[in-house]
Design a protein around this ligand. Sequence first.
Ligand SMILES: [Zn+2]
Ligand SMILES: [Zn+2]
Ligand SMILES: [Zn+2]
Length: 295
Amino acid sequence: MMDAGMRADAKRLCLADGPHTREIIEHMQGWQKREPWFYSKWIFNKYTYALLSAAVLCAVGFSITAFPVHTNVLAFVVGYFLSQFIFGWGHMTTHALYLETPTEKWEPGVLVAYLHHYSHPKEIYKNWLVHRLNFVMQAKGCRVAYFAVWFLPVLFFGVKLLPLWIWYLFWFSAIEPVHEYYHVPKNERRAHFSLPLYLGLRLLDVSGLLDEETHKEHHRHNRDQLGTVSKFYDLYCPFADTLFDSFWKTAIHCREKLEARGEEEPIRAALFALGSIIVPTTFFVSCFVFNWMVG
Ligand SMILES: [Zn+2]
Ligand SMILES: [Zn+2]
Ligand SMILES: [Zn+2]
């Protein structure tokens, strides 16, 4: 049985009653001790999520009204690919966490993602808020995703990149709802999402950018066979297969060597080493092309 405090937590965290509810709450409480600010009840709740979503949409509105159409179209397209690209890296490092890092160190959203992989896929939408807020609260990954990769481009190209950054945020914030959409049974989708979000997801669905089948393939891997994890992206992304599979396999390949050197998280270390060159370079080149095409 859950006590009153736990029930209150379950409500604030929007957790549906399930076999892992208590585990998720206790995990969350552990993080509350470590990072009292992020995980306080004043911050980690559905209102924060609504506020962040509204802020992203306002920024998009601003971009549409303040910049020419062709700039927005370009930012829409380039931002889409950049957000998928960085998500793929975050996703690979998350799978590395599952393999080599003790559970207490996983951020709450990582635990939910783990459960959706290895307990039951529905865990992701039964515990939707914890999973969705993950992309803002995962301290290290988010500092990279929101700011670090933009540092160099902004230094070179300045505020001209603003519409690109805005559309990138838009796409980046769309990834988790899309992932959730894949796992919500079709007849529950309308009730599960808010109306605007549902309509947005339907629009993406009919536009052909969603790819449920590929995501099913991502789920079809053997936990003990590291090399079998594949399909690290959630929305349509050509070349992603070849790219991410080779990054992932390279990291797995380096594992033993790094382990021998005393590295405690060898796969993550390899991914970070690879990523620290490839990710900023990709962002810089994309921003260069954007800047050049916008004129
Ligand atoms: Zn995964
Ligand atoms: Zn996800
Ligand atoms: Zn999934």
